[in-house]
Write a new protein. Structure first.
Length: 257
């Protein structure tokens, strides 16, 4: 699929949109506003996952350490911890799984605190070379959001993070593999995977909020590829259809070769 064809499709969709594609075999790359900082919604959970595994590697946390759920930890919307009883014991690894697989906001906020807060996460992201990935507020913090405080990602940097995972070079080989295994278990599958029906593994993470819809991931096709699509202040149903169609087109092209 050519860049011009993608741009023509995006021309009919309102708002700010960005796309990043990279063939993980040939290195062929297409970027459309791929470096533009975008409000992250739940895609920010990937950098938080990376920091969680980084701190396992440094010995600051272990997968089996226990956290006891408090009533004040519970946040609405995605996930299941907000429906669980205070006093429930969950492991650090449970929190990572819940944050990605069910996009659990309560688990995410607990992890942000356990990891030493937003400044610590952002410092480590800078050390990894990422400039636009930025954790500035907790999830489902409406007050901060109304004051204009947002978390940010870019398609290119999330795409690079996913490629480094794929190549076993993000933290280390074992951590990269573990994170990909979590992303492959994603249960919010109405965007990229919509037309695939389980045909191939897709390690991905969605994001959505008012006027925001995203999906970013790795497609394990015959020629594996990374695809990241971000939409802000957009027509979400239209951009969702665009993402579904674009993912399938890239897959079909890679399968024919």
């Amino acid at each position: 699929m050519e860049r011009g064809e993608i741009e023509e499709s995006l021309r009919h969709i309102s708002g700010r949109t960005s796309v990043y594609y990279r063939n993980l075999v040939t290195g062929a790359t297409i970027g459309i506003r791929e470096k533009l900082p975008m409000m992250a919604a739940s895609v920010i959970k990937i950098p938080i996952l990376v920091e969680a595994f980084h701190q396992i590697r440094t010995g600051e946390h272990t997968k089996n350490e226990i956290y006891v759920l408090q009533e004040g930890d519970k946040r609405p919307s995605c996930g299941c911890l907000n429906r669980m009883h205070a006093g429930l014991s969950v492991t650090y690894e449970d929190l990572c799984n819940l944050m990605i697989i069910l996009s659990d906001n309560s688990a995410t906020n607990i992890l942000i605190r356990l990891l030493g807060g937003m400044d610590r996460i952002n410092e480590d992201l800078r050390e990894m070379g990422y400039e636009t990935l930025q954790v500035n507020r907790l999830l489902f913090d409406r007050e901060a959001s109304e004051r204009g405080i947002q978390n940010y990602v870019s398609a290119a940097e999330i795409g690079d993070m996913l490629e480094r995972m794929y190549r076993g070079k993000l933290i280390d080989l074992e951590s990269s593999g573990d994170m990909l295994d979590i992303l492959k278990e994603q249960r919010l599958n109405g965007k990229f995977p919509f037309r695939f029906r389980g045909r191939i593994p897709i390690a991905h993470k969605t994001g959505e909020d008012d006027g925001i819809t995203h999906d970013v991931g790795i497609f394990y096709a015959e020629e594996p590829f990374v695809l990241c699509c971000l939409g802000n202040e957009t027509d979400c149903p239209a951009f969702d259809r665009f993402m579904q169609d674009l993912a399938w087109r890239f897959y079909e092209e890679r399968t024919k070769q």
